[in-house]
Write a protein that binds this ligand. Structure first.
Ligand code: NDP
Length: 246
């Protein structure tokens, strides 16, 4: 059988970029995959279609990670439809860049609501449904470990918070046989951070490999953690950044 056969996964922000690639990969590995999105219903449905074409089970749900009720309804709906939950990937996130002194309270709230409170609430909604052997995987950033350029105070703050969340979850849920890990990625070519963007060459040159990563690189790491290979990995912050932090 396939490595994730019989498992149920939920990926937040699965309509585009990294989340879409993770959803496709987990489905290819045999999991039934629910994905949330915020605005791009069309793209989310396209991902579900691709999962179906490969013989998998996919389901797209609109749920703004910043909205506790929408989050709760979506998570409960997935657990009800598929009888529980095994893998949660907290991927949905936004980036607001700018000089520290110019960031507004609205910017602060928007980023923390989506990048910090979102994963917190999604995980809270998911934990009651997670079965033994469950996996919680948070998508963080290498900027939480090493910041070499100005302008990322807000984003780096939000991604660093995931470390506290993930480590404590590992402690609280370990006795139930559930792991929690944080993966801190380097520059990955997506809408958020296009490999032909203004700062792309600079970002690539700061990695040891001298290049951007692909969303499929992220998906491969997540698939490893989600599968049997991740059995004994918990409370870890893995760095997958082409050597950005080296
Ligand atoms: P994209 O901007 O390309 O895609 C973002 C995804 O998240 C979309 O599916 C979007 O949905 C969804 N999303 C955004 N806000 C919300 C919300 N409030 N509620 C629900 N879903 C939401 O980003 P990436 O794929 O690049 O990034 C994904 C994650 O990876 C983020 O957490 C990001 O911080 C992290 N990351 C990215 C890196 C990079 O270089 N790209 C590096 C390290 C980490 P919709 O389509 O409906 O708008």
């Amino acid at each position: 059988g396939r490595p994730l056969g019989g498992k149920v996964a939920l990926v937040t922000g699965g309509s585009r970029g990294i989340g879409a690639e993770i959803a496709l990969r987990l489905a290819a590995d045999g999991a039934a995959v629910a994905l949330t999105y915020h605005r791009r219903a069309d793209l989310a449905e396209r991902v579900v279609e691709r999962i179906g074409q490969d013989g998998g089970q996919g389901w797209a749900l609109r749920a703004d990670s910043a909205d506790p009720e929408q989050v709760h309804t979506a998570v409960a709906g997935v657990a009800e439809r598929w009888g529980g939950l095994d893998i949660l990937v907290n991927n949905a996130g936004i980036n607001v860049v700018g000089p520290f002194e110019e960031l507004s309270v609205a910017d602060v709230d928007r980023v923390l609501r989506t990048n910090v409170r979102g994963p917190f609430l999604v995980t809270q909604a998911a934990v009651p449904h997670l079965r033994e052997g469950g996996r919680i995987i948070c998508i963080g950033s290498c900027l939480a470990e090493r910041v070499v350029i100005p302008g990322s105070t807000l984003y780096a703050t939000s991604k660093a918070a995931l470390s506290g969340l993930t480590r404590t979850l590992a402690r609280e849920l370990g006795p139930r046989g559930i792991t929690a890990n944080l993966v801190q990625f380097g520059p990955i070519d997506t809408d958020m951070n296009p490999a032909d963007g203004e700062t792309a060459a600079a970002q690539a040159s700061l990695t040891a490999l001298g290049s951007y990563g692909r969303a499929s690189d992220v998906a491969a790491t997540v698939a490893h953690l989600a599968g049997e290979g991740g059995r004994y990995i918990t409370g870890a912050a893995l760095t997958v950044d082409g050597g950005f932090a080296a």
